[in-house]
Design a protein around this ligand. Structure first.
Ligand code: ADP
Ligand code: MG
Length: 452
């Protein structure tokens, strides 16, 4: 029965989770009241009990043995065991289950995010080097760049790439021990090991991995004993020819309060940075995410200019960009409406304002007037001749695209025009842009000038 249930579990929890959490379970009791399992560590017992009890019960019932409860008992199997899959935080030595420790264990569980794969990573100019280096390291092969040091600002994809490497490496080297954790978790474990006098286990654990990945290493700056331990771990692994991958928010030399010898150690492999995203990359990411979201929102209709607008306006951080898109999609699906620029602006007002580059409508008008060689007063005035009216619409369009101002506000700045007039102007240019090359080029040029 357990064999059958296991086979089903393998399908339902996925191969990786199965190997990590289900396979090591040893059935010790099975009757109507209870299914009892022995696990090698306390950590595992807690984890499986919390995450898989119900699934196990369901599968047992399906296989013909309904039980009232599922229990786990720790039976350490000789030597301490190290994580063998990226999802598995290294097994804790059989620590007492005091609340403090339990909380700690939760923090230590650094499961890989399923969305962070190479497939989902969009490559553009700003990140192509980091991506290529990550790919190369993930392939395994002879260790070439050691350590690989990835750095860049918040939300540019460092953690994403690290997870992708861990996953890929583990997939092609199933027996390898890939340990991914944040520098904060490293410190936490270290401090805990000191407190519980298990420092030898700690050293053993970290010095026997095949690949060590430490995210956000700037965190240990200024933390002297943690730095010291990190330095020794680092050296021990490099001496054994093990791969190390580190990320930080800046280059090694620029991390304050980091020991010189660590800086120089970190710098001796390959250092690559993730540059701030450019418009093309942001647009690519938005398009890919939109496609991915179609699973959730099958009736999704989103105007192409909405993605362009977002890519242009939210420039700081891919996480913010994603958050904006998610909010927009959820909003539209609740309201059951099509995603237009108007909806986007009302729904994302706060995000847009905070990333506003403070471009004013007046600046836009001035640039447009200059470009078409007409007077500013005419641009906002009442004249209806084509040579003035068309540039006016271009200015309206740009004001809508490049600022967070509402249609009525824009209307006021165009000599007190009604918001429907502005909307008409914006639509007109949107239409013309697709078949009038001259207009399309004018708009692009002006946009570039204004954004420079
Ligand atoms: P960091 O660790 O550098 O602060 P993350 O890796 O956590 O940034 O990335 C923030 C979010 O942006 C994540 O959801 C990630 O998937 C996404 N992201 C960043 N860069 C890309 C990219 N090039 N392609 C797809 N998604 C990306
Ligand atoms: Mg990160």
């Amino acid at each position: 029965i357990w064999g059958q249930a296991r086979a089903e579990l393998q399908k339902s929890v996925g191969a990786n989770n199965y190997t990590t959490w289900i396979e090591p379970l040893r059935l010790t009791r099975l009757d109507d009241s209870e299914a009892g399992f022995a696990t090698p560590t306390r950590f595992m017992s807690n984890w499986v009990s919390r995450h898989y009890s119900d699934t196990i019960r369901t599968e047992l019932a399906r296989a013909g043995q309904a039980v009232e409860r599922v229990t786990f008992e720790v039976q350490p199997a000789g030597s301490p065991k190290v994580a063998t899959a990226p999802e598995a935080p290294a097994a804790e030595a059989d620590a007492p289950a005091s609340p403090a420790v339990l909380r700690g264990e939760d923090d230590l569980a650094a499961p890989l995010d399923n969305r962070f794969t190479f497939n989902n990573f969009i490559v553009g100019k700003p990140n192509e080097l980091a991506h290529a280096a990550a790919r190369r390291v993930a392939e395994g092969g002879p260790v070439t760049f050691n350590p690989l040091f990835l750095y860049g600002g918040v939300g540019l994809g460092k953690t994403h790439l690290m997870h992708a490497i861990a996953r890929e490496y583990q997939a092609s080297h199933p027996e390898a021990r890939v340990l991914y954790l944040s520098a904060e978790q490293f410190m936490y474990r270290f401090v805990q090991a000191l407190r519980e006098r298990t420092i030898m286990d700690f050293k053993e654990l970290f010095r026997t991995v095949s690949v060590l990945m430490v995210d956000d290493v700037q965190f240990i700056a200024g933390k002297d004993s943690t730095q010291e331990e990190f330095f020794h771990t680092f050296n021990a692994l490099v001496d054994q020819g093990k791969q190390i991958i580190i990320s930080a928010d800046r280059a090694p030399g620029e991390i304050k309060d980091l020991e010189e010898r660590i800086k120089s150690r970190l710098s001796c492999g390959l250092i690559v940075d993730l540059h701030p995203t450019d418009y093309e990359l942001r647009l690519g990411i938005l398009q890919a995410k939109t496609e991915a979201f179609r699973v959730m929102y099958p009736n999704l209709e989103i105007a192409p200019e909405v993605l362009e607008f977002l890519a242009r306006r939210i420039t700081s951080n891919v996480r913010v960009l994603e958050g904006a898109l998610q909010r927009l999609l959820a909003h539209a699906s609740l309201l059951g409406c099509k995603i237009t620029l108007d909806l986007t602006q009302s729904c994302l007002g706060d995000i847009l304002r905070s990333s506003d580059r403070k471009l004013t409508i007046e600046e836009i008008q001035r640039k447009v007037a200059e470009h078409y060689n007409i007077r500013l007063a005419d641009l906002v005035g009442p004249k209806r001749v084509r040579t003035v009216a068309r540039p006016r619409q271009v200015a309206m369009y740009l004001a809508k695209q490049l600022t967070a101002r509402s249609l009525p506000e824009i209307g006021r700045r165009f000599g007190g025009r009604d918001h429907t007039t502005i909307m008409h102007g914006v639509r007109k240019i949107e239409e013309l842009k697709s078949d009038d090359r001259q207009i399309a080029e004018d708009v692009e040029l002006l946009r570039r000038l204004l954004e420079a």
